[in-house]
Design a protein around this ligand. Structure first.
Ligand code: CDP
Length: 691
């Protein structure tokens, strides 16, 4: 009994929050007095025209492409990332959301990178940094004869910079800080955000090497390296001060941090490592599970650090990093969906899956019954889902959006102005784009498939495979028209037979038929972003996430919401109620009053039939392992990575977090972020009144 909405123009489709708040506050152009001078329809026209202008360079009719792009966005079938919407066709023509720039072990470079990041924040982009090249705290500094401050203190400098830029920029700057697990300061890094308020403008992830992760599994020690020398770190007094229990007794003014003094009581399982872990002057090794426990405990306490599976990301890179070490990846952008080379940027755009449903689709349960009743069909879930999607999904539409979206994103690479020559140069050589999805959860509701079920995992895999192959084919066609990306010769695409499994998965082609190389325009094509704001514009569920809830408070920043957080109703939920003759006004009012009083507890607490409430599982109703399985299914056909939060219940223990990490690694994810409900104050999304 689910009514779908397709084909309306943007003016009718935009929700009140999008039309009245989000677009005017951040996206619509303003004059010098700050008055909005653009309608939403004009915004899409501006973006389409600016991006399609690139078509002219390739001898194509720019007006015609502008029309197509405009229509695509006006119908909210495809939405580019925020900087493209904000800046295309303006003087500030920086259109990408994702950057990685990492400081070298050099004071000048550390502050250069801070300045470069500030420029990126002003244009609405986010920056990831690897701090792994910085020498550890207490290491020698030759020039001054002094001692080094270490990665974590420089991160505080970046945090301050980001905080300061916030007020003047397009939106709150987002930063990702990464440190390799084999960096001597990894312990300091794991506890860096333990106290609330520290490094608030950073997401943190430990970049786990294969060696480290295997040592965790085997409960062994592993070696930590000093990046200044590339050699195993020779334990200094400062390193020992953090890790050795004997320092816990020392005067707190001398020992500014010591894991035993400050946190040991609160970290279960750490007792096993009591005593002095290190000996000054010797090569540094640590029990891998000691570091693992620090990580898991931090994630349990407040969601940080996350885990980035560094070697997995590099193994899946479109360059063989053993043959071409310059292409090594050390970090991702802030929300994790784009592992990037240093000075690489990427622009994103998302297919709105909620609009790709066929007219009058079968309900999965009915289809399954029919399928199971057919003696010849067999009980293969893959085949059943394949046949189901054939009937339930509008593949003509999906393919068209993916094809046009890919072309749009390739044009954005050319159209974008970058604040730095190094970025311009790297992006020009690699031409990475990130085509992804939004509205996955909403699509599942329409199909009668429960988020997290085996069928939903298979739907994720098959739809993403389709999008990936259409994007790849499009990029291949674009290469015929515009040429391959300049670094193509060095990439796996130039030598498919050397990387057959990788090649087959990414292109759907037989490597034997492309012995001389597979021409392609972009080194990476797909990626699943959070779509935090853009999914609100498109009025659908975010990225590949389940619904957070059918109604919730959303903290998007004072410029948009004023003093009170926005109350966001899932518009699709309301439409379903309406289609089922429920008194929507009454449900709205009841929801608001329950939210105010703190008594709201999901759709089942609303005055609606149970069958309707059941259609909308919330993120917290999805089992941890099912979250990870959905993420892994998307990852299989994504070149970049998947931004996904694995939610666990408030009372989940640390082992549950560790289980999520292990499962993600087993299922070949590139990273994982676990969030325990209610473990942070000031959540972006919540159903609890503040204070
Ligand atoms: O929906 P929208 O395009 O605004 O962004 P998103 O999909 O939620 O996030 C995509 C990327 O934009 C993130 O990974 C960050 O790199 C960047 N971002 C940012 O720089 N600042 C924010 N406040 C949010 C996102």
């Amino acid at each position: 009994p689910v009514k779908r909405v397709t084909g309306e123009t943007v003016a009718e489709r935009l929700t009140e929050n999008a039309r009245e708040r989000i677009l005017p506050a951040r996206y619509l152009l303003k004059d010098e007095q700050g008055e909005v001078v653009e309608t939403p329809a004009e915004l899409f026209e501006r973006v389409a025209t600016a991006v399609a202008a690139v078509e002219e360079e390739h001898g194509n009719d720019a007006d015609r492409w502008a029309e197509r792009f405009e229509e695509l966005m006006t119908h909210l079938e495809f939405v580019p990332n925020s900087p493209t919407l904000m800046n295309a066709g303006t003087e500030l023509g920086q259109l990408s959301a994702c950057f990685v720039i990492s400081p070298d072990d050099d004071l000048g470079d550390i502050f250069d990178v801070a300045r470069q990041a500030a420029e990126i924040f002003q244009s609405g982009g986010g920056v990831g940094y690897s701090f792994s090249a910085l020498r550890p705290k207490g290491d020698v500094v030759q020039e001054t004869g002094g001692i080094a401050s270490g990665p974590v203190s420089f991160m505080s400098v970046y945090d301050q910079m980001c905080e300061t830029i916030k007020a003047g920029g397009k939106r709150r700057g987002a930063q990702m800080g990464m440190l390799r697990a084999d960096h001597p300061d990894v312990g300091r890094f794991c506890v860096a955000k333990r106290e609330e308020g520290r490094l608030e403008n950073f997401n943190l992830s430990v970049a786990a090497t294969r060696e480290f992760y295997e040592a965790v599994q085997d409960d062994e020690e592993y070696t930590l390296y000093n990046p200044r020398t590339g050699e195993p770190h020779e334990v200094t007094e400062w390193t020992a001060r953090f890790y050795n229990e004997s320092y816990a007794e020392t005067d707190p003014d001398i020992v500014e941090e010591n894991v035993w003094r400050d946190y040991a009581d609160e970290i279960p399982g750490i007792e096993a490592y009591r005593g002095d872990l290190l000996t000054e002057g010797e090569e540094m090794t640590l029990p891998a599970r000691f570091v693992w426990r620090l990580m898991v405990d931090g994630a349990w306490r407040n969601g940080e650090p996350g885990l980035f599976l560094l070697d997995q990301a590099n193994a899946e890179h479109s360059f063989d990093v053993d043959a071409y070490p310059d292409h090594r990846i050390e970090a991702t952008n802030p929300c994790g969906e784009q592992p990037l080379e240093d000075y690489e940027a990427c622009n994103l755009g998302h297919v709105n899956l909620s609009l790709c449903v066929a007219d009058d689709p079968p309900h999965w349960d009915d289809f399954r019954e029919r399928w199971d009743g057919d003696a010849e069909a067999g009980d293969d879930l893959d085949a059943a889902v394949d046949a189901f999607l054939d009937e339930a999904v509008d593949f003509d539409r999906l393919d068209r959006i993916a094809r046009l979206g890919t072309r749009f994103l390739d044009d954005v690479v050319t159209a974008s102005d970058f604040p730095l020559d190094e970025i311009e140069e790297t992006v020009g050589r690699l031409r990475k784009v990130g085509l992804g999805v939004m509205g996955f959860a909403e699509l599942l509701v329409q199909l009668g498939v429960r988020y997290g079920s085996d069928a939903s995992v298979e739907v994720a895999r098959q739809l993403m495979a389709r999008i990936d192959h259409v994007a790849t084919q499009t990029s291949h066609d674009l290469a015929a028209e515009r040429g391959v990306f300049p670094a193509w010769e060095e990439s796996k695409y130039a030598d498919p037979t050397a990387h057959p499994e990788w090649f087959r998965r990414h292109t759907g082609e037989d490597p034997a038929e492309w012995e001389d190389g597979y021409p392609i325009r972009n080194h990476g094509l797909t990626s699943i972003a959070p779509t935090g704001t853009t999914s609100m514009i498109a009025d659908t569920s975010a990225g590949c996430e389940p619904l957070y809830d059918v109604v919730y408070f959303k903290n998007v920043g004072r410029d948009v919401q004023g003093a009170e957080p926005l109350v966001e109703f899932d518009d699709y939920f309301l439409r379903v109620l309406e289609a089922n003759d429920v008194d929507v006004e009454a449900v709205r009012n009841e929801a608001l009053s329950l939210l105010e009083s703190g008594a709201y507890d999901g759709p089942s607490s609303l005055p609606i039939p149970d069958e309707l409430a059941d259609l909308f599982p919330r993120a917290r109703d999805v089992d941890m392992a099912d979250h990870v399985r959905v993420q892994a299914a998307f990852q299989e056909h994504v070149d970049g990575a998947v931004s996904k939060t694995v939610n666990v219940a408030h009372d989940a223990d640390r082992e549950r977090i560790a289980d999520a990490y292990h499962l993600a690694a087993d299922l070949a994810c590139k990273g994982v972020t676990v969030y325990r409900s209610g473990s942070r104050s000031g959540q972006v999304l919540s159903t609890e009144p503040e204070g």
